[in-house]
Design a protein around this ligand. Structure first.
Ligand code: ADP
Ligand code: MG
Length: 728
């Protein structure tokens, strides 16, 4: 056994849980490090408070004088909390978050020191952005980008730094991040959904998209993780023979949480609570060492920020507890990967969840309106929605018969299916009083207020209605939720806008009553969006064939999935809803493709390192041992040695064959990479990585894993699954 592997295992076995002193109630800690409404009341003048609230609720601008006041107040609070630095916290297209810290401390020309932080620093900052991906935007337009304050997500203190959530845009206004388009999409869905919600309640003046994510992750002992170059450099194991025991006994799911992990979780939750992240549930997941954490849902922009912050906090907290946290979607073969379900709904400022059925037919008509419009939106834009969760690492889940398939479909359950079937039968145009009564009482009125128990039975569906919200299940564990949330809210915004137009036109031109008009339009939507509804097994081959007949897209890999971004339909949608311009879309596609290429490039290099530096040497060392053994037997027994050495001779051959194969495949893979690297067209290069390079990975892996089974454990250099996957 390599010294590295041996000492890592020893270190991991000696690690004890960190003792946690659990003092005080969680609710007392909640939001302690956040400049939330309570603190605003305390620190802001009345005018400044009004100004910030205006920005939050109606998107009004905060003028410079007010910004100065707000900055002064935030500074006062932050310094009283022990903060020494501030940073604009933003979400570049790399998928994670970025920050550049500046000290409050400043010097006046006369040399006196003071703590400085004004409106200017609060509202805008100019990070040296040249190293963030821009998909060519900065080259074409302006060399610089700047970050701008997003007052809808409150500032918070992390460590000793005041973090100000910001968007990141170029000087010509193009979004260079994931937050700016999300805010635009949320504003679009607010506008469209509010207009439609007013059909049912005139008092509605704002609709917020809500998001409740469920974050899955793996925890690996830190020393063990560091003993594997693949985990450190790619976030996953590129090789590794499946342990004899994996998840087949189902003994991990909802099982007892190991004490080391529990102590990590307690610390993590405490930190999250202070940061205002409303974490609520924690449990083991299906795979060994896999866990999940979910908060109470929040307004989508805040929920996105909180998820990104959580991932960062987790990373640091794991390190403190001697763990490495893995967000990769498929860190281990043979056990489940990790996703991040996105639970989504729409909520009015009057406190109504628009996807929750109610106790009266009118409330249910409202529910049906938003429910059916969402189905219609997903049907029209299923391929675009699929593209929003595409990444090299998520390709391991989507389309690999694990988690939901890469084909988008919607599960609504039998109860709601029959309601939609009945609605579909409603006659066109004006309804007789009898028809109306029948409809209201026996169709719409039949929807029970609580649907929760009747749905959510189908875990293979990528987009399931779960009683009072839709759950998007294909989102990758690593993915920034802003991406799928931007697309989902945009397509629903567009759909609701079209719906309103159609209903209004029936009212105006055909003289229909409001509810009649709504029924008429909904009925057509039910008819035209049928293909997206599917309640069966999303993993089955039958569904794949059926989906093809229904002309649903099936993009198994990222380069294919990203094509739709620049299709005419996507460009005009995103432009019409003012979410992304053509330039921004092209830039995003370029950035995503580049990320895909880089990802595979790194994995390819690591394969090379593993094969030449670890696996072949170990295999050859063991082969030498066998050869020595056979020679010895020959010396003792002469020609009769075969009686004792047959097994060894076969093993010598088997090892030789695998070594020849991995060497050849690794060299061929490197050649394929070199060829791909010469391509200048990003799309072609990504396709080449996908079709010409990637297939080698699995081939190489097969041989490596076979060798792991053949070679003496004492000689095997890489920490094995059995050692990695079972935290004591
Ligand atoms: P589970 O799916 O584990 O059975 P729930 O259905 O209660 O549990 O909730 C799962 C997730 O859905 C949680 O993160 C929760 O915050 C979120 N959620 C619940 N209601 C909504 C809603 N109206 N909008 C968005 N997310 C929601
Ligand atoms: Mg769920």
């Amino acid at each position: 056994m390599s010294i590295l592997r041996f000492s890592a295992i020893k270190e991991s076995h000696n690690r004890a849980p960190i003792a946690i002193e659990e003092k005080g109630r969680r609710s007392d800690l909640f939001g302690r490090n956040v400049f939330n409404e309570k603190k605003m009341l305390q620190y802001l003048t009345k005018d400044a408070l009004e100004s910030v609230k205006g920005a939050i609720f109606s998107g009004s601008k905060i003028d410079r004088k007010m910004a100065d006041q707000v900055a002064e107040a935030i500074k006062g609070w932050a310094i009283s909390m022990g903060a020494t630095h501030y940073t604009h916290w933003f979400q570049p297209l790399t998928g994670s978050t970025a920050e550049k810290h500046d000290a409050f401390f400043d010097l006046l020309p006369d040399g006196t020191a003071l703590e400085k932080f004004g409106g200017g620093q609060l509202v805008q900052q100019e990070p040296d952005a040249s190293s963030f991906p821009s998909g060519g935007i900065r080259n074409t337009f302006e060399a610089r980008g700047y970050t701008a304050w997003d007052p809808t997500s409150p500032a918070f203190i992390y460590g000793t730094t005041l973090c100000i959530p910001t968007i990141f845009v170029s000087y010509t206004g193009e979004a260079l991040d994931n937050k700016a388009p999300l805010l635009r999409a949320l504003s679009a869905v607010d506008e469209s959904a509010t207009a439609v919600a007013k059909y049912f309640d005139k008092n509605v003046s704002k609709v917020n998209a809500t998001l409740g994510w469920e974050q899955e992750y793996f925890l690996i002992d830190k020393a063990l993780a560091h003993s594997r170059p693949d985990i450190i450099l790619t976030g996953r194991t590129l090789v590794g023979n499946t342990a004899a025991k994996g998840q087949q006994l189902d003994d991990h799911y909802f099982g007892v949480i190991p004490s080391r992990v529990l102590s990590f979780m307690s610390d993590l939750e405490k930190e999250c609570t202070k940061l205002g992240i409303p974490v609520k549930t924690r449990h083991n997941e299906v795979a060994p060492n896999q866990f999940e954490l979910a908060p109470v849902f929040e307004e989508a922009n805040l929920a996105v920020d909180h998820n990104l912050l959580l991932m960062d906090v987790m990373d640091k907290m794991a390190d403190k507890h001697g763990f490495k946290v893995l967000f990769h979607e498929k860190p281990f073969e043979g056990v489940n990967g990790s996703g991040k379900h996105n639970n989504w709904s729409l909520a009015t400022d009057t406190g109504v969840n628009l996807l929750s059925p109610g106790s009266t037919p009118m409330k249910n008509l409202q529910f049906l309106t938003f429910f059916i419009n969402t189905i219609k939106a997903v049907d029209t834009y299923e391929e675009l929605l699929r593209s929003s969760i595409a990444s090299a690492s998520n390709d391991h889940r989507l389309g690999a018969n694990e988690a939901p398939p890469a084909i988008f479909s919607i599960f609504i359950g039998s109860q709601l299916s029959s309601v939609l079937d009945e609605l579909e039968g409603v006659s066109q145009g004006k309804l007789s009083p009898e028809e109306k009564t029948e409809l209201k009482l026996n169709v719409v009125g039949k929807i029970p207020e609580i649907l929760l128990d009747n749905t959510d039975r189908n875990r293979t569906s990528p987009f399931a209605f779960t009683g009072n919200k839709f759950e998007m299940r294909g989102v990758g564990a690593k993915t920034n939720c802003a991406k799928p949330m931007t697309i989902l809210n945009t397509i629903v915004a567009k759909q609701l806008k079209d719906f309103k137009k159609e209903v209004d036109s029936l009212i105006d031109k055909k003289n229909l009553k409001k509810d009649e008009a709504i029924f008429n339009v909904l009925r057509e939507y039910i008819k035209t969006s049928k293909r997206i509804r599917f309640d069966g097994d999303g993993y089955s081959k039958d569904w794949e064939n059926e989906a093809k007949k229904r002309k649903l897209s099936h993009n198994r890999n990222t380069p294919d999935a990203l094509n739709i971004l620049t299709a005419k339909q996507s460009l005009s949608l995103l432009k019409e809803m003012k979410v992304l311009s053509e330039v921004e879309i092209a830039a995003r596609q370029e950035v995503e493709l580049e990320a895909y290429i880089l990802h595979l490039q790194i994995e390819g290099r690591v394969y090379n390192e593993l094969v030449y530096g670890y696996i072949m040497p170990a295999a050859l060392a063991y082969q030498n041992k066998l050869i020595t053994n056979v020679s010895g037997l020959k010396e003792i027994y002469g020609a009769a040695h075969k009686k004792f050495s047959e097994g060894q001779l076969t093993m010598i051959e088997e090892i030789a064959e695998h070594v020849v194969s991995i060497k050849k495949e690794t060299d061929d893979m490197t050649e394929a990479r070199k060829k791909a690297n010469t391509m200048t067209d990003t799309k072609k290069k990504a396709m080449s990585y996908c079709n010409d390079v990637l297939p080698y990975f699995n081939e190489i892996r097969q041989h490596c894993d076979k060798l792991e089974r053949l070679v003496d454990d004492q000689l095997w250099p890489l920490t094995k699954y059995r050692e990695l996957l079972f935290i004591k």
